[in-house]
Write a protein that binds this ligand. Sequence first.
Ligand code: NAD
Length: 369
Amino acid sequence: MRFNVELKRVVDDSYDIEIGHELSDKCVTDIAEGLFGRVKRIAVVTDSNVLPLYAEPIAERLRAAGFDTRVFTIPAGEESKTREMKEFVEDSMLSAGFRRDCAVLAVGGGVVTDLAGFTAGTFGRGVPFANFATTLLAAADASVGGKTAVDTPLATNLIGIFNQPKKVWIDIDTWKTLPRRELASGLSETIKHGCLGDKELFEYLEKNVERVFTCDTEVCEFIAEHNCRVKYDVVMKDEREAGLREVLNLGHTVGRAIETLSGYRLLHGEAVGIGMAAQARLGNKLGFISEENMRRVIALYERAELPVTIPGYIDRKELVRKLYTDKKVRNGKLRFVFEREIGDVVCFGGDKYGMEIAEEQIAAILEEM
Ligand SMILES: NC(=O)c1ccc[n+]([C@@H]2O[C@H](COP(=O)([O-])OP(=O)(O)OC[C@H]3O[C@@H](n4cnc5c(N)ncnc54)[C@H](O)[C@@H]3O)[C@@H](O)[C@H]2O)c1
């Protein structure tokens, strides 16, 4: 006997991204007006730095609005983006009596939004979640697009799910409390977006990059908007990374490997800066980007106070081996995404954006760096 379990799904995962100033009240109003349907219990997930700054004030307002709200806090830093910490949040939520009738509100940077989004996706087989992004990096990249994950000792982001939030609030005012090094880290993904799909953004940054460090309102609004546009344009066309979404991986083949090998001494954006310099150098050798534009890319990263060379403590041979943990590896072969000059990527036919690269080709570049 054979049964056919017919389960066709039509899914509408659309959501709003709101960019603005002092959005905490708006976040609470949206939830009070039914963002999570009839849910009355909210698990606010945050980290130890963001807790007093933004998470606790938001939780207070949610309580005042009648929501049974608890805050679950992880220690700040990439070291917390683990399966163990996900388990800690889940167990804490269970102990606090949370079941399927709750929603998760992530308040923080990319570590928090990645971990909380993944947790929400598996807690009680899935509860709704939303992201209140408090770093430039989360605003530029992590909080938007629905990729959620945790790191493993082998490499970053290897275990996770696609899970779209109900809403993302990008509160530019929160960047004012960010350490300078974190602003630079967020600029890394911003410059990447300029390189892969927004020449106007790249040229704007060439004129204004230093003004990001003073949190100049006009500049921050400009980059927040352009970042979102680049990211959601790609995600709307290829949510599950069947092809085009790989372009968002520009600079990440080398970047992720270095991030892991540095033992997280390098921030995500810093590692991506080195990865972007590597792809530009290799791209120049392969004829995808001129010498002049390659230099412009590297110079902009340097002005954004990001590293563009490999630290001495990273073993080059180990780095080459680590490249094979990249998600783009197919049939044991390394694949790279390349920018075409500034503001575009190289397409290798159809929706193929990754190019097979021989180990010696990239090893030679890494030796130079
Ligand atoms: N899901 C995706 O598509 C995607 C894309 C890019 C990056 N990421 C992930 O994002 C993570 C990096 O994100 P991140 O740079 O935001 O890291 P993060 O969340 O660790 O935040 C950086 C630091 O800033 C602190 N902080 C956060 N907001 C603050 C504020 N407003 N004021 C003062 N301090 C604040 C945090 O406590 C932390 O110490 C990485 O894990 C990376 O893999 C995910």
